[in-house]
Design a protein around this ligand. Structure first.
Ligand code: ATP
Ligand code: LTN
Length: 335
């Protein structure tokens, strides 16, 4: 937290504690968060307020929050460098979200594909929070005057909305919010389901074979990769109509740093079985140290509490400045 100097760019991102963190979350977002910590002033959050847009069972929700916090520490998020707080601990998020709701059009929110997908999936609970979720996400980002937001490709539309809201507000009043840029990595930004490679890998998929979590045991990971859906061509090569193989190649490339060409050469003349084993082994090795650290963190509740408390104090102070600035411009009388 000491290095929050003025010059470095500000990075903000968050993840929902909606289940066990997947390989998709890790490769699409978290790996980049960890890398960005030295170069930028990073601030990270567990977006627990977002998670209740889908009904949660209280005990499981509480457990998911603790485990997600420990998982991110295990991935290498260092709260000494990058404040890492729990969204509901910082009061400004819900406050600014309300304000921004009044600067967001019904039509804009209606176009969000995540809203359409999730309301189809949870047809019995299409609540107002699910609909206004992107304004809360905009508040998260704009409160910290973030320059950059590292996310997976599925969040691009929400980021564009956050930019539009910021520009609209700045246009009505005067420059108030930094207009943030998405940071979407070239590799790993869209990890697909291992069972249906046309769908994104998601922690809330009913089919557990479709995703790999950060906490899956090595033999479980190997099994899931061996069962991964591919095609009948039996040639390890990137190409149209080979979505399953393309996905495995993308996972392997993101972890090993190899190019698709190098991978094609490496598996020239070999079958899908060998390739799937290699991808599974690469994932197991990548996750091994994360899993070891997870066990230590999750057992140390006192340390986690100290980290999220300190981080929330920092975030509350910093974000209050932006909230006050915005409210003053609107005409509110500050306390
Ligand atoms: P849910 O299944 O509950 O909707 P999720 O798995 O999509 O959750 P989030 O918590 O919404 O995960 O996302 C956290 C971060 O991980 C975001 O930056 C998101 O873009 C990224 N992400 C999620 N799924 C993938 C994926 N399959 N590939 C790459 N990045 C992903
Ligand atoms: N909406 C994101 C999680 C999220 C987020 C954010 C990401 C909540 N607030 C702010 C980046 C910045 C998701 O569901 N993946």
């Amino acid at each position: 937290m000491e290095n929050q100097t003025e010059k470095k760019k500000i990075v903000f991102s968050a993840i929902q504690p909606s289940g066990t963190i997947t390989l998709g979350n890790y490769l699409g977002a978290l790996k980049n968060w960890v890398k960005m910590q030295d170069e930028f002033n990073c601030i990270f959050a567990l977006a627990d307020l977002h998670t209740i847009t889908v009904r949660q069972e209280p005990a499981a929700f509480r457990k998911n929050i603790c485990e997600a916090y420990a998982s991110l520490l295990a991935c290498g998020i260092d709260p000494e460098k990058s404040p890492f707080f729990i969204q509901s601990h910082v009061t400004t998020h819900a406050q600014l979200a309300w304000v921004l709701n009044c600067y967001t059009q019904f039509g804009e929110l209606s176009r969000m594909t995540q809203f359409k997908d999730k309301s189809a999936k949870h047809a019995d609970n299409v609540n107002a929070g699910l609909f206004t979720y992107p304004t809360l996400m905009a508040a998260d980002i704009l409160l910290y005057q973030a320059d950059m937001v590292p996310v997976g490709a599925d969040q691009k539309q929400h980021l564009e909305l956050a930019r539009n809201i910021a520009e609209r507000f700045n246009g009505i009043y005067s420059p108030t919010f930094k207009v943030p840029d998405p940071y979407i990595a070239k590799s790993g930004a869209r990890v697909m389901s291992l069972q249906d490679p046309l769908k994104k890998m998601s922690k809330s998929d009913e089919n557990a074979n479709s995703f790999v979590t950060l906490l899956d045991k090595p033999d479980g990971i190997m099994k899931k990769f061996k069962r991964a859906v591919t095609d009948s061509e039996a040639r390890v090569a990137y190409g149209e109509g080979k979505d399953g193989i393309n996905n495995l190649m993308s996972i392997y490339a993101t972890i090993t740093g190899k190019t698709y060409e190098q991978i094609e050469q490496e598996f020239d003349g070999k079958g899908y079985g060998d390739f799937k084993t290699a991808v599974g082994e690469a994932v197991v090795e990548e996750l091994r140290p994360v899993q070891e650290r997870f066990e230590r963190y999750v057992a140390d509740k006192a340390y986690m509490q100290e980290c999220y408390k300190k981080s929330a104090d920092f975030a509350q102070k910093l974000s209050q400045r932006t909230l006050d600035k915005a409210m003053k411009k609107i005409g509110f009388v500050l306390r």
